[in-house]
Design a protein around this ligand. Structure first.
Ligand code: EPZ
Length: 418
């Protein structure tokens, strides 16, 4: 999917179902390497990032099977054969989540150091700090993380930042360590909670996930057969909600956990959209008058950075002056320069973007720079007048299952342009 063409102008109307959460599934697939037996994971989204992760696990010696209905089974090896190659790691930064399980169970790891990406430097100092505190020796040599460990011993670790990845890597490494590990200032994201629930389904003893203090009591062994279903993707769901409001339509997303969408729901309501929450679905209506809002991205339960580009696309068409502050990543405003090509009035000053709403965006050719920027450009194209051609649209396939079909189901004129 190199290019996607969007013809804007008509409100989205209808219902789509959320897929499994990319960022929960990626962490859970890494954690499956801790299991001495077979792991069956359901509700895994069929997206490129998952394909690459499965290739990585197979390259390490795991038996991997993808079933048709979003079910994946993984049978980890009894010892690691091969390494996580740079070729695969450069495609998927989340491969860094193999660090914890490989050190935790196999006591050794050789993993290409994922570089930075378009949204920031993505350092791993907190991952290293945590694993070294547990007793691992980690070096970076010629672009590879090389790790060794004897017996890992539980300890208290304070995270300077509530890093999702560092929390997850430390949690996974601590599962088989001796004694108790306490992670302070831990990330509270739902994907962290889902990983903790998966680890406990494997016989681990993780408590406090979802709060800023997580306790892991090391165990000797894990069970040898695990079945688990991944939570729905709150960022995918939020993207369709924002698209519904941006096109002044009415969209229902089913199969969600409304609580996980609270910050997005609150901001859409503040902007004047109607949002109705049911047991496992959310309906948005953008038909009424909309007004400007301020958005600050924060760790969960704050407004998610992964929704920042998408809400910027919406706000470029909302009358008045909106303010967006990106507190998580240092370079996550690149989509603003593509939106300017569509007639948006966005001024970027460091971590702050000032958005002056315009009457209509104008369709044109634009280029995606990352996964969420690509999603934001689809939202903008649907709200714009005329035709928008999105280049580098392959980013979309990394994180949005059946994205063209889902937008078409809502009446969006979206198609791939081979
Ligand atoms: C996870 O990335 C998600 N990826 C990201 O989603 C998401 O944007 C991010 O969490 C924040 O919610 C996956 O779960 C696979 P962090 P992660 O460690 O774990 C700094 C998407 O679009 N930091 O919470 O890498 C870091 O530079 C992706 O789906 C350190 O300084 O994010 C950043 O500024 C994009 N040192 C901040 O913390 C460290 O050791 C948050 O990063 C680690 C992180």
């Amino acid at each position: 999917m190199e290019r996607v063409v969007v013809v804007g102008g008509s409100p989205l109307r209808g219902t789509v179902r959320a897929s499994g959460a990319k960022n929960a599934a990626l962490a859970i697939l890494c954690a499956s390497m801790l299991c001495p037996g077979r792991v069956v994971i359901e509700n895994v989204p069929r997206i490129k990032d998952i394909e690459v992760m499965l290739e990585l696990l197979a390259g390490l010696g795991a038996q991997v099977q993808v079933h048709t209905d979003g079910k994946v089974s993984v049978e980890p090896p009894s010892r690691i054969r091969g390494e996580a190659s740079y070729n695969l790691v450069k495609q998927l930064r989340a491969s860094n989540l193999l660090l914890g399980p490989l050190v935790g169970r196999f006591r050794s790891v050789r993993l290409a150091l994922p570089g930075g990406c378009n949204i920031g430097a993505r350092p791993m100092d907190l991952h290293f700090k945590g694993l070294q505190a547990l007793g691992a020796t980690l070096d970076v040599r010629r672009g590879y993380i090389e790790g060794r460990a004897g017996i890992l011993r539980g300890t208290r670790i304070y995270l300077d930042l509530p890093s999702v990845g560092a929390t997850e890597n430390i949690m996974m490494a601590a599962v088989l360590a001796r004694g108790q590990t306490v992670i302070e200032n831990a990330a509270r994201e739902p994907e962290v909670v889902d990983l903790a629930n998966f680890l406990n389904a494997m016989g681990a003893r993780v408590r406090g996930a979802g709060t800023d203090v997580i306790k892991v009591d090391g165990v000797e062994n894990l069970v040898s057969e695990v079945h688990y279903a991944v939570i729905p993707d709150r960022i995918e769901a939020g993207t369709y909600m924002v698209a519904g409001v941006a096109t002044r339509g009415e969209v229902t997303v089913t199969g969600v956990i409304p609580r996980h969408l609270e910050a997005v729901t609150a901001k859409l309501r503040e902007a004047g959209a109607e949002v109705v929450e049911a047991e496992d679905s959310v309906t948005v209506r953008g038909t009424g008058p909309l007004g400007p809002i301020d958005v600050r991205t924060m760790p969960y339960p704050g407004f998610p950075t992964d929704m920042q580009s998408q809400i910027m696309a919406l706000l470029t068409t909302v009358p008045g002056t909106s303010l967006i502050v990106e507190n998580i990543f240092e370079n996550r405003f690149q989509v603003a320069y593509e939106l300017q090509r569509m007639g948006a009035r966005v001024r970027v000053e460091g971590r702050v973007a000032v958005v002056e709403g315009v009457e209509r965006l104008q369709g044109t050719s634009v280029r995606a720079t990352d996964l969420r920027a690509a999603a934001a450009l689809v939202v903008a194209g649907l709200a714009a007048e005329g035709r928008t051609e999105i280049h580098n649209a392959h980013y979309l396939a990394r994180g949005y299952e059946d994205v063209v079909a889902k937008f078409q189901a809502l009446g969006g004129e979206v198609r791939t342009d081979p």
